[in-house]
Design a protein. Structure first.
Length: 567
């Protein structure tokens, strides 16, 4: 401390005689802003009715009518860049895949173009980037029209330039060669500082993606893969290192609580063991907004942040970087609400949206059914059952009940495959459009009927409670006629205490024909017991089955009494 006072005194003495030389710009700290979006899923249009804490009374919530959308995101980015030209825009995975019709019907090319025009520098691979397989993902990077779905590729424009940003993943390698299929990191030069972004997708990606999408690939441990790269980044002259990890958790604190201490989930163990040289961890996958601090292996807390899905919240980091000492002097983190009512619109993004809508609106606007209610929600009750889950399971059973269609008596639907309420925006006419149906079920899975014993059905249901998911247990939705009770006080493996079909107890030794989609049939979401099914037969596309069921019935959901929870 005495040494510092001497320096100050010397500087004052010098200023009395002559003008002190201005410090070299190279020695001044550089202020860099990093803006990230996670789990965008091609949501070019805003989402509705986003609930946030009431600033006037934190015990209450208020509803923001419209949030997100690429026009507002572009407008906010423009404002942030005006404040600090040293701004880097990044993606934290799932920019595409599971997208609404405005993007998916055009093979997500409008989304990639929009993010590229907004200056996105880098995006870590998310599990949904693999929805169409590695070859298509490589086309997303390089461009071209040689797609595995020529009915959608290059329909937005006559050609497809590919992403203007770099896909990265330190932990995805070719099984045969051991080589990474994409770079592990990207170094971005901004304001004189070298900011390195190193990324990893969740190592459990093969359990949440259709097997064909990840065929020939190996997904390594996130921490091991990232930490292996950090020494290279130091040698390369990185002044700051930010990890982009498409894995997350949940916090009981709201998204606007700074430095929260309530984070739980897989990302906590990852953050605890990532190299201390990493200044912050930007996360995704769990669709939860949080801004927390987790101690690293050196005992020092660092930022672990995630925005909400669909572009409703943007992650923001403000870094003060010492480019001489190659270190971050200070970091501030926040989640930025993308409120359509207050955000300016980016004209270039408006042009992309208008063009995409013009190409897809004719299909999206087709009315396919009328409901008995204004909206059927996917919100689950305490037992894990949702009204929309019931309806989708019923539609899949209806499509496979006939002997020539598989002779099914039970249908199961994975909750992660239900992407929105029906209709997406409630309306007094109670009509449902093709765009609504597509948004709810965008994957195009094929219905599959298999034979399972009663004992195997119970084993499948037990897997629900040993199956990590963003919301806790991963409760399968079930069709009408099938019912079961689970007891939360029982140990794993013994939680299901009763099962019935049309009022009769399920016989462990009897055979039952069961409908699932091909994702589940191949063991997706860790429901590996489904792979034991025999006499497997294919059927309709799930979207077609759902649409046909809605056309044939004026659907009004019944009581949520198929799944009962004790304790």
């Amino acid at each position: 401390m005495k040494h510092n006072f001497m320096l100050v005194g010397a500087a004052l003495a010098l200023s009395a005689c002559t003008t002190a030389p201005k410090p070299s710009p190279a020695t001044d700290p550089v202020n860099v802003t990093v803006v990230g979006v996670n789990d965008f899923h091609g949501n070019l249009l805003p989402s509705t009715n986003f609930r946030i804490p009431d600033p006037a009374d934190r015990t209450k919530t208020i509803t923001i009518p419209e949030v997100g959308g690429i026009e507002a995101i572009g407008g906010l980015l423009g404002q942030i860049r005006a404040e600090n030209p040293n701004t880097v825009f990044v993606g934290v995975g799932d920019m595409t895949g599971a997208s609404p019709l405005i993007s998916a019907l055009l093979r997500d090319e409008p989304t990639i173009k929009a993010l590229s025009q907004l200056g996105m520098q880098v995006n870590v691979l998310g599990n949904h980037e693999f929805d169409y397989g590695l070859t298509e993902l490589q086309r997303f990077q390089k461009g071209g029209c040689a797609s595995n779905d020529l009915t959608r590729a290059c329909k937005f424009e006559n050609t497809f330039a590919g992403a203007g940003f770099s896909y990265i993943a330190a932990n995805v390698v070719d099984e045969k060669t051991g080589a990474r299929v994409f770079p592990a990191y990207k170094m971005v030069k901004v304001g004189g500082a070298n900011v390195a972004f190193v990324g990893a997708v969740l190592r459990d990606t093969p359990t949440v993606v259709t097997p064909s999408g990840v065929a020939g690939l190996r997904f390594e441990d996130e921490v091991t893969a990232i930490n292996r790269v950090v020494p290279l980044l130091k040698v390369a002259g990185a002044d700051a290192i930010v990890a982009l990890v498409h894995q997350g958790g949940a916090a009981s604190d709201a998204f606007d609580i700074v430095d929260c201490k309530t984070l739980t989930g897989p990302i906590v163990d990852i953050a605890k063991t990532l190299d201390p040289a990493i200044s912050a961890v930007m996360t995704g996958h769990t669709h939860n907004g949080y801004n927390c601090r987790v101690e690293g292996p050196d005992g020092q807390p660092r930022t672990v942040i995630q925005g909400s899905s669909n572009g409703r919240l943007l992650q923001r980091l403000d870094l003060k970087i010492d480019t001489v000492g190659n270190r971050v002097l200070d970091i501030k983190a926040q989640n930025v609400l993308v409120n359509v009512a207050t955000a300016p619109k980016d004209p270039a993004m408006t042009a992309i949206v208008q063009k995409a809508k013009a190409l897809t609106d004719p299909a999206a606007a087709q009315v396919v059914a009328t409901l008995g209610v204004e909206q059927i929600t996917r919100t689950a009750n305490a037992a894990g059952e949702s009204a929309l889950g019931d309806v989708i399971a019923d539609s899949q059973l209806a499509a496979t009940r006939a002997p020539e269609k598989g002779g099914a008596v039970i249908a199961f639907m994975n909750p992660g495959g239900i992407r929105a309420d029906l209709p997406v925006r409630p309306n007094p006419t109670r009509t449902v459009t093709y765009g609504d149906v597509f948004t709810v079920q965008p994957f195009g899975n094929t219905l599959t009927v298999v034979t399972l014993t009663g004992a195997q059905i119970k084993a499948v249901l037990e897997q629900q409670f040993d199956n990590p998911s963003p919301g806790g247990n991963r409760i399968l939705q079930v069709s009408q006629g099938f019912a079961y009770t689970w007891d939360n006080s029982k140990p794993k493996g013994s939680k299901v205490v009763s099962m019935t079909l049309n009022g009769a107890a399920i016989d462990p030794a009897a055979n039952y024909r069961v409908t699932i989609n091909n994702f589940l049939a191949d063991g997706g979401d860790n429901f590996t017991v489904f792979t034991q099914g025999t006499n497997r037969t294919g059927g309709d596309v799930d979207l077609d089955a759902f649409q046909n069921y809605l056309k044939a019935n004026t659907v009004t959901p019944g009581p949520l009494n198929r799944i009962t929870r004790l304790n």
